[in-house]
Design a binder for this molecule. Structure first.
Ligand code: ADP
Ligand code: ADP
Ligand code: MG
Length: 679
């Protein structure tokens, strides 16, 4: 076994590989770009080497620089992770030339599977079933068109060198073929430097089912069962599970054996995934082979209890496979959800920014099976693989994945319930995330019943994006509790407390808190107010014309609050980011933006020294008279509208020169209330 390896990757997969190294007593070397100088994966390894600028091309894709780092640190082998150089035959070749072990398949196997078209030719020869289609060398446009017509529409055009769903075009009719071909070729040339395409029959309502394979250098080859990865957006996986639900033992065995045959056909060594596309009636066809560890490998680890990175290291060190096919068993069911920094409602556009608050459900990091890592005999039911910590930034340079949340259960049903609960315990403030979207999918009828196909998200788009009922009242009470606690005194110049707390009515006092709702898309809605009143021992909150008893207190942990309103009690966390109060309660995330009513009043009248009514209403108190000297924020006039009180404070220090309304007067929206001579 190796003493030291270099991990030529970043993010969660680099941390994941480092965890196994640590467990096996192997020293690990990280490489990092400028943007990753303080990244989690650097901290996770024993040593780290800076390899260049922030873009992937200037760092994680620099073959020479990475080989140099391995040499300089005395690493005997390189683990490429996934993405970046993991399927790059030049890199594998360069490692070999430098006398460093590439922890992956032989160069020839990468090359054979790197071209989808060439791979299909090989698979055909190995009697692995293929989707009807054309994958020939002749790329004449007329010929391709004739082939498409012969296959029958719809057809799917793919870049032969492609990956990540890039370049793929569905063609519905013969008339559209020429244009689709041109655009597929353009994207293929620009993304992969190779415009070769292949054509496949486009299956409707197919499932994506893949098989994890492993082979060693001693003739051993096994399959570690299957995974369903049908839930995809833009042909990219969102949820993955093992085993694939609803398939007969016979189909599973056939697929497993076909996958092993595929691996053997290219003299495969190491971890690989054979991806199949499956029709609704259970016919399966080879799609491609990924010659690396897959993003979704943890679900296989959870059900087999095996550490696949350990297997990779053993195989790379020339050891035989740890287990035979007969020794491999499946225990229970596992599901993985990829938590991304992205905007599902805006076509899943990536989102960036600092993770100001990050709380993942209780779980174990990188725990494969507790029998290997912790207490014997106990599986960790929730696993979190993440490459970021609170305070880290999701940059535009790399994949915007925040974490993989993986759960295990005795049955799919149990795993599903656990996943739902865990997703409702994720708290992220900073970039936008797909957490709510994942919650919706997991709760949806097709996913819950295992009715999976690659069109699930698109077909159920409206239901998945429908606004859902949230514990609004409880969350608002918690936000008010956090605001009232914060306003005990803050560095904020214009705290509502300074402005609003001095006014007393019948011995009690009243504060008007201005808020805006922030919806799950991050957009803020109209201004509304909540009035807090304390009279003797009674505290109330009034919102929307309803006044309710209100009690609150700080909770035990950071950002924790407890609030009770007349018929609801809630404990939650409120993370305050500037004036935005992010509330996490009862498994839901809501946000409210605190509004400085003074600033609103001042803005509304458009100039210093003039004060106008922010809404139509009645004057219920005048707190100053001509000649009164006021500080910035001193309450001047209290108005009432729709049974809510609004206190208008001084926008700046000065002297009141004129008061234009008296108690009881009805005032129009925007009317000037008094004149202030600003100092
Ligand atoms: P998987 O089936 O494992 O999701 P993908 O082909 O979608 O396989 O890619 C796996 C991961 O590798 C992606 O999530 C992405 O982060 C990363 N990746 C893919 N292509 C590249 C690339 N060219 N450069 C950097 N990262 C990449
Ligand atoms: P990539 O290299 O981008 O991962 P794949 O060939 O693995 O490309 O296809 C990615 C996804 O596209 C699949 O998971 C599946 O959802 C869809 N897909 C691929 N081939 C077909 C097909 N012939 N019919 C229908 N959908 C397909
Ligand atoms: Mg694929």
């Amino acid at each position: 076994m190796f003493n030291k390896i270099l991990i030529a990757n970043r993010g969660e997969i680099a941390c994941r590989v480092a965890a196994t190294c640590k467990r096996l007593g192997i020293a690990s070397v990280a490489v990092y770009s400028d943007a990753d100088a303080n990244a989690k994966h650097v901290a996770a390894c024993d040593e780290a080497v800076h390899i260049g600028g922030s873009s992937a091309a200037e760092s994680y894709l620099r073959v020479e620089r990475i080989i140099e780092a391995a040499r300089a640190t005395g690493a005997q082998a390189v683990h490429p992770g996934y993405g970046f150089l993991s399927e790059n035959e030049d890199f594998a070749q360069a490692c070999e030339a430098a006398g460093i072990v590439f922890i992956g398949p032989p160069v020839e196997a990468i090359a054979a599977m790197g071209s989808k078209a060439a791979a299909k030719a090989l698979m055909h020869a190995a009697a692995v079933p293929l989707v009807p289609g054309y994958h020939g060398d002749d790329q004449d446009a007329q010929l391709l068109h004739r082939e498409a017509n012969a296959i029958g529409y719809p057809v799917l055009l793919k870049a032969s060198a492609g990956g990540g769903g890039k370049g793929m075009r569905v063609v519905e009719r013969s008339e559209d073929f020429a244009a689709a071909l041109a655009s597929c070729k353009r994207e293929a040339a620009s993304s992969f430097g190779n415009d070769r395409v292949l054509i496949e029959k486009y299956l409707t309502r197919p499932r994506h089912v893949e098989v994890q394979v492993f082979a060693d250098r001693h003739g051993g080859a096994v399959y570690l069962f299957d995974r369903d990865c049908s839930v995809q957006r833009r042909h990219q996986k969102v949820l993955e599970e093992a085993p694939a639900p609803g398939l007969s033992a016979e189909i599973k065995r056939e697929m497993g054996e076909a996958a092993v045959a595929a691996a053997r056909a290219v003299n495969y060594v190491g971890a690989g995934t054979v991806e199949f596309i499956m029709t609704s009636t259970g016919e399966f066809y080879f799609m491609e082979m990924n010659t690396r560890l897959q993003v979704e490998h943890p679900v296989t680890e959870m059900v087999t209890g095996q550490d696949l990175v350990e297997w990779q290291l053993r195989v790379a060190a020339d050891q035989p496979l740890p287990l035979t096919q007969e020794q491999l068993k499946i225990d229970g069911h596992a599901i993985e959800a990829r938590i991304y920094a992205e905007h599902p409602a805006r076509g899943f556009l990536p989102s960036t920014g600092t993770l100001k608050h990050l709380r993942m459900p209780e779980g174990v990091e990188f725990a494969i099976d507790a029998s290997g890592l912790g207490e014997p005999g106990r599986k960790a039911p929730v696993r979190i693989d993440s490459g970021v910590r609170e305070g880290d930034t999701i940059t535009p340079f790399y994949d915007p994945m925040i974490a993989k949340l993986i759960v295990h259960g005795a049955t799919r049903e149990e795993a599903l319930a656990r996943l739902s609960r865990a997703l409702h315990a994720c708290e992220v403030v900073g970039p936008h995330t797909n957490v709510e979207f994942l919650q919706s999918i997991v709760a949806s009828e097709p996913f819950a019943t295992g009715d999976l196909d690659t069109g699930l998200i698109e077909r159920h788009h409206d239901a998945l994006f429908a606004p859902r009922k949230k514990p609004y009242k409880e969350a608002l009470a918690l936000a008010c509790a956090a605001l009232l606690t914060r306003e005990g005194g803050t560095a904020h110049g214009a705290s509502p407390w300074d402005a609003l707390s001095h006014w007393r009515l019948n011995g009690g006092y009243t504060q008007t808190l201005g808020w805006r709702d922030i919806d799950s898309g991050g957009e803020s809605a109209g201004l509304f107010t909540v009035t807090f009143a304390r009279d003797g021992g009674t505290q109330t909150l009034e919102h929307d014309g309803v006044r309710e008893d209100f009690k609150w207190s700080d909770g035990s942990g950071p950002h924790e609050f407890r609030a009770t309103i007349v018929d609801a009690r809630a404990t939650g966390r409120v993370f305050v980011d500037g004036d935005t109060f992010h509330v996490f309660c009862l498994g839901e995330a809501l946000a409210f933006e605190w509004q400085n009513l003074l600033a609103h009043a001042a803005d509304a009248e458009g100039g210093e020294g003039r004060l106008t009514a922010p809404m139509p209403g009645k004057v219920i108190a005048v707190l100053v008279e001509p000649g009164t000297v006021v500080e910035k924020g001193t309450p001047l006039i209290v108005m009432e509208a729709m049974k809510m009180e609004h206190t208008i404070g001084a926008p700046a220090a000065g002297t009141v020169s004129e008061v234009l309304y008296a108690v009881g007067d009805q005032v129009a929206d925007g009317a000037q209330l008094l004149v202030l001579d600003v100092q």
